[in-house]
Ligand binder design. Sequence first.
Ligand SMILES: C[S@@+](CC[C@H](N)C(=O)[O-])C[C@H]1O[C@@H](n2cnc3c(N)ncnc32)[C@H](O)[C@@H]1O
Length: 386
Amino acid sequence: MTSYQSQFTDYKDLIQEGDLALIWISRGNIKAVTIDAKETFNTRYGSFSHTDMIGKPYGSQIAIRTRGTGRFAFIHVLQPTPELWTLSLPHRTQIVYTPDSSYIMQRMNCGPHTRVIEAGTGSGSFSHAFARTVEKLFTYEFHPVRYEQAMQEFKDHGLLNENVTITHRDVCEDGFTIKESDETSAIFESKNEIDLDATAVFLDLPAPWDAIHHLDKVIAQDQQVGVCCFSPCIEQVDKTIESLENNGWTNIEMVEIQGRQYESRRQMVRSMEDAMERCRDIKRRKKEGIEQKRLRIEAESNGEINASSVPTPREPFTEKSKFNPFGKGTRVKEGDPDFKWKQVTKIESEIKSHTSYLTFATKLSSRTRNDTIVQQCLNGTSDTSK
Ligand SMILES: C[S@@+](CC[C@H](N)C(=O)[O-])C[C@H]1O[C@@H](n2cnc3c(N)ncnc32)[C@H](O)[C@@H]1O
């Protein structure tokens, strides 16, 4: 397999041989491909040769004539980003989606100096987002196949060379310390144990409460550390909070992200006269119905059961072309200038985005005052990079 410069962290302009590209076919259909001049990308509309992509800028539209109809079909070739990867990755587990991951990173103040612990790795969706933003990501997975697959994927995406370390571990049983004897991608230099010094922790595990007590050994002692536990059930939240409290975590808060689509629409303004016309119309139709029924019964009893002998109802009084805003008639196109409209907001009635509850907390282990640092801060000479 090709080893990539990490395109997730470094952007490039042109599509090249060996690149990982994300091919946008439609909104819900994005496919990852490795650009190879000998290959074609097949869709049900036809085949797109990789040679037509090589040398073009990322974001280009590639068009072909479709089989049979001769009409155009097209795809877009996109640069991989963590957001697009989340939409196209091979699912090995449930994953964290961008509305949650972006909020979590923002809440935990993730930036270029953050050192993150993540367990479990799962399908690596959140790992890619962390990897782009933070200084270092230590991710843990106890399922052997998922561990291997994630490790290969991180390697292929150039993330292991950058800032990601993956370790095969049951974190609830064995905690987070990484030693030379462990099954890990970590590179050991002078010491046989990695200094994790984590400043943010993300736990997407069935039982995060069993892992929380292991954190003290691996989190930064002199800085405020943030934790987020991602759990689908409120009972899990309850147990997590208990464990966080017992282990000295503070500022505990639970959040649920509910994504909603707000649409700007126009609604027809209806007058009292419209309402009255509607009532008259109902009355008219009812009367016509009763009359028709009477005629049918009469025709039946006279033995004239032939349908053609029953008169067709007369056209409703309301002209269809003029549309009765409250009743039947021709559908009016939203915004039709013959009617009055007001601007309204419509939201989806169902919320589809509940994936999990997010339980946040913080911990500052060492509360001792370092006078040198305080003095440096007061003098404006402190190293603000930390
Ligand atoms: C829901 S998935 C994580 C998905 C991931 N956050 C993503 O965005 O792709 C949970 C993962 O945690 C792993 N896991 C569960 N318990 C674990 C433990 N005690 N230690 C390490 N990994 C664990 C599971 O094997 C699974 O792959």
